[in-house]
Design a protein around this ligand. Sequence first.
Ligand code: ATP
Length: 319
Amino acid sequence: MKKIGVLTSGGDAPGMNAAIRAVVRTAIYKGMKVYGIRRGFRGLMNAEIDDMDVSSVGEILHRGGTILNTARSDDFKTEEGMKKAINILKVFGIEGLVVIGGDGSFRGAFDLSQRGFPTVGIPGTIDNDIACTEQSIGFDTAVNTVLEAINKIRDTVSSHERTNIIEVMGRHSGNIAIHTGMAGGAEGIIIPEIPLDVDTLCKRIIKGRHRGKSSSIIILAEGAGKAMELEKEIEEKTGMETRATVLGYLQRGGNPSAADIVLASRMGHHAVELLEKNIGNRVVTIKGNEIMDDDIAEALVMPKTFNEELYQLSQVLSI
Ligand code: ATP
């Protein structure tokens, strides 16, 4: 393969730029030509395609977001959209594509591969909800960003002797909540995977106060409830002042952590190595600190798990 393309799709994640840089520089190092496709699959259908050279990815390593922009496109999912995309790739002479994104993006990558166009996915999403890989690009940074917010909120919450519910991202996955709750010493973690027992939670808050705790932090994954509603319920049941904070987009931005930059660089390099050998329909993964790859179709049907052990440990440590 001599000409490849790279795009970012779905939600942005810190470290995506490091993955783009690794794809571009590895490809150039191997004597390949590389194109940057703007605005995900939507941009691909609109031929928003630029030549990338070594310096086009200079000074981006430390920047959050994605220099290629990202977008969502329903048109791309149609037969017509798919044909349009493949036609544009042919016009540019692009022989293989790297798609950096979440599992929705991998479905798009799979569809392209099914139509004979070699595509490799790189997991880039702060949610860490892709079953085939132990870690996705952006998760480590997001966890550290949320931890910083928890620590700041803890200062004011303990001064006022309140309870604070902090709503974090995770519509279907409690990964961010479990890791940040554990790292931030939360008194409670509420995740979509485990039904919420408000009464037990309130008893724990009251018990903590009785033994002299000055504050309680509850981490709530957005898919498990609404912070504002829980705020009222907990205040009523504990009789203690309770507030809610929704962290929102601040969790997605910011400079990527060293761990995310290193992970993204390794994954970007591996994706190009696969395409160089004409291998498509793969998703790059990390397992036991080793960079590997899986069949996209198999990866998409793998059951999603969450770190139950870490969740249980947080319950033990927050007595
Ligand atoms: P995040 O986890 O951050 O939400 P994601 O990659 O899962 O990222 P989606 O919005 O689900 O984000 O998908 C991104 C894009 O991938 C969609 O806008 C669409 O263009 C394409 N896509 C999603 N699902 C499919 C599908 N079933 N077939 C083809 N393309 C798809």
